[in-house]
Design a protein around this ligand. Structure first.
Ligand SMILES: NC(=O)CC[C@H](N)C(=O)O
Length: 256
């Protein structure tokens, strides 16, 4: 049986179709579901094993990117999300989806309604859309299994990607090994420096896992590198599509 995947969309979502395509490539069955269908109980989150919040500009990034969808999730769908997580559901947030997960409190510590961090406007004050290098870190994440220590290239496309929290939370994040991805330079070293770090993110954080490993948020876009020809250098170098592993691991962890 193909694993059904709920890809959540609302006004301003714009990476949902690419994300659905990535899941189709790995044999899953993606369903694009509007948040209002969940609010009206026409679709039940608990019928799925995998919730994906894709990239985009939900509600025009009004207030702060991801904020309004996060409020909808924590206020109207709280019980359903809690039930979904208690049954072992997996959550993936890409770019705007990562911003939503941080603003619900689901990342970094898996606590719905307890916001512990933010993704602030990029340090340079502008939208950055280009390829970046990421190191896959050792973390509890089921989405990154088998890739720890590898450096991959994905596309970043965001205006609010600068991860920030206080010193105490940052220490806990590092102690619990929750950093799933860091921006690295050409030598593979994590960096705070522009342009290798496109946004000035603390400790070069590009993606986070929750402590159970079942919730992942990442700023750059794995769904934009699932075919070799999506890489700008594909004619010169044979670079395997380094976004695919996220979707393969997700489906495997969801029982596919
Ligand atoms: N590609 C995206 O998901 C962008 C996220 C958000 N709108 C930002 O600019 O930061």
């Amino acid at each position: 049986m193909r694993v059904p995947v709920l890809i959540l969309r609302t006004d301003g979502t714009n990476c949902d179709v690419e994300t659905a395509y990535a899941f189709e490539l790995v044999g899953a069955e993606p369903h694009l579901v509007h948040v209002n269908e969940l609010r009206r109980r026409e679709v039940r989150l608990t019928d799925y094993r995998l919730l994906v919040i894709p990239g985009g500009f939900t509600y025009g990034d009004d207030v702060a990117a991801g904020k309004i969808l996060a409020v909808e999730l924590t206020s109207f769908l709280r019980e359903e999300i809690e039930e979904f997580l208690a049954k072992g559901g997996l959550v993936l947030g890409i770019c705007n989806g990562f911003q939503v997960l941080v603003r619900t409190g689901l990342l970094p510590f898996g606590k719905l309604g307890e916001v512990q961090a933010v993704l602030m406007p990029n340090a340079k004050g502008r939208f950055e859309c280009r390829w970046v290098r990421l190191r896959v870190e050792k973390s509890p994440s089921v989405f990154t299994r088998g890739m720890e220590g590898q450096v991959v290239e994905w596309q970043a496309a965001h205006g609010e990607g600068c991860f920030y929290t206080n010193a105490e939370q940052l220490k806990t994040i590092e102690e619990q090994g929750l950093v799933a991805f860091r921006y690295v330079d050409a030598e593979g070293r994590p960096t705070q420096e522009y342009p290798d770090n496109p946004n000035g993110s603390l400790n070069a954080i590009a993606g986070l896992s929750d402590p159970t490993g079942r919730i992942l948020g990442v700023m750059p876009h794995p769904e934009r590198f699932v075919l070799p020809t999506q890489h700008p250098n594909w004619r010169r170098k044979k670079i395997p599509p380094a976004g695919l592993f996220i979707f393969q691991n997700a489906v495997r962890a969801a029982g596919g």
